[in-house]
Design a binder for this molecule. Structure first.
Ligand SMILES: Nc1ncnc2c1ncn2[C@@H]1O[C@H](COP(=O)(O)OS(=O)(=O)O)[C@@H](OP(=O)(O)O)[C@H]1O
Length: 416
């Protein structure tokens, strides 16, 4: 029951909950008594509307509140105590694999599932193994919707529930939303050369019959101008922007401490997954220690590391992971090296600040920085929002809070 009361041209809105998590009726009781008091002791005219109209009125007055930010109901002991008995705090993930897409996130997902104490979400009918809660409209379905994806762990203290949604990485909203709901969660990201990631995404879209990917070659897509059709520009954006690694990681670091973030070298995950999985286990603090050297085997036919099953059989990822396609053409490779140059420099500084080693692909890219023959991406008439900001400008940015700086970088590239 919601009521609107006008006092001296101001609108006061009293909201009561028909029931809350604990079926606590104190709100209703207080509200009914307050309304009785106002009716009997003043000349004020109390008005009400049916709930949906009242909600519309409310959001007209407070449009900023149409975008909620869910907090963890388990954080406050008073709330936990009144929570109904069929709700549990164990249905929230302890860690997230955030992507970006095409870096090996499904391989990591499969390997994690092999661990006896690691449990993933239940599959989504629409997005399969990914829940995709924090990045898009699913977020508005609320935390009960999200928590229903997680099974109750058999041992809540030692088992680790997780989810991987590879498009959280470059989402503007996901870091803020995730940190509000699961601030103690650990975050895992995987990085490969952003040029290879872009090409893999293009090939992914081709095999999903994206008309732009079928009609235009990779170079045409990544170098399209602002006058290109919207379908080609959408594809171009999905190829290019997730690879602005430093910008996206800074956004996560504005909401999570660096100690909760693990950055995996995707090339190493592909070539030496057992070593990476040891690092992941250490980071997660999971027990028992699982021996991935014995549990994984290189499958010659697939050309990738796979799970070793009993009897020597292997369980590999399906055809959509590790696709066969021709290597990237030299022209595109050079364009992308130039395009990502400043972002890669920023990434190397970021990794240095975090005390993390540089992956080999990044070292190679940094060596190219001064090469005169690199095709200069700035000569290409890219759409405004895809022009990478020059490094000199990043240096001049005021020392803002980390998240603001990241936003500033994005804004700059939009304005340029
Ligand atoms: N073990 C193993 N098996 C299969 N594939 C592997 C493996 N390790 C890494 N990779 C690389 O993972 C790439 C797909 O990445 P994602 O799983 O993140 O893609 S997706 O965003 O979920 O669609 C996929 O990209 P493509 O080669 O372009 O298909 C692989 O190169």
């Amino acid at each position: 029951m919601w009521e609107i009361m006008k006092i001296l041209h101001q609108i006061s809105i009293f909201m009561t909950h028909l029931s809350n998590y604990g079926n606590d009726r104190l709100g209703l009781y207080t509200f009914a008594n307050l309304a009785n008091f106002v009716k009997s002791s003043t000349n004020l005219n109390l008005q009400t509307l049916p709930p949906v109209q009242l909600a519309q009125k409310y959001f007209e007055l407070f449009p900023e509140q149409t975008d909620p930010l869910w907090q963890n109901p388990c954080d406050d002991k008073r709330h936990r105590d009144i929570w109904s008995r069929d709700k549990t705090c164990d249905h929230l993930p302890k860690f997230l694999v955030i992507g970006p897409q095409k870096t090996g996130t499904t391989a990591l997902y499969l390997f994690l599932l092999m661990h006896p104490s690691i449990i993933s979400n239940l599959p989504s009918p629409k997005t399969f193994e990914e829940v995709q809660f924090f990045n898009g409209n699913n977020y508005h379905k609320g935390i009960d919707w999200y928590m229903d994806f997680f099974p109750t762990p058999s041992n809540a203290t030692t088992d680790l529930v997780f989810e991987k949604s590879a498009n959280y990485f470059h989402s503007e909203d996901a870091p803020k939303r995730a940190a509000s709901l699961i601030p103690k969660a650990k975050i895992i990201t995987i990085l490969i050369d952003p040029s290879d990631r872009a090409y893999s995404w293009y090939q992914h879209q081709r095999s999903h019959q994206d008309p732009a990917a079928l009609k235009f070659n990779f170079y045409e897509v990544i170098t399209s101008s602002q006058w290109a059709s919207s379908e080609i520009r959408t594809l171009q954006k999905r190829c290019l922007t997730p690879g602005w690694y430093a910008v996206h990681i800074e956004r996560w670091l504005a909401h999570y401490p660096a100690s909760q973030l693990l950055i995996i070298d995707g090339q190493q995950l592909r070539s030496d997954p057992a070593t990476v999985m040891d690092e992941v286990q250490k980071f997660l603090g999971v027990s028992p220690h699982y021996n991935y050297s014995e549990a994984l085997t290189f499958d010659l036919q697939k050309g990738f590391w796979c799970q070793l099953l009993e009897g020597g059989k292997t369980k590999c990822l399906g055809k959509s992971k590790g696709r066969k396609y021709p290597p990237m053409d030299q022209e595109s490779r050079e364009f992308l090296s130039s395009y990502y140059r400043d972002h890669n420099v920023e990434l190397s500084k970021l990794l240095h600040r975090l005390g993390q080693p540089l992956p080999s692909w990044l070292r190679q890219e940094l060596q190219k920085v001064s090469l005169p023959f690199l095709r200069d991406c700035k000569g290409v008439d890219l759409p405004m929002d895809l022009v990478p900001p020059p490094l000199s400008h990043l240096e001049k940015l005021p020392k803002l809070k980390k998240d603001l700086r990241a936003t500033q970088i994005l804004k700059y590239s939009v304005l340029q």
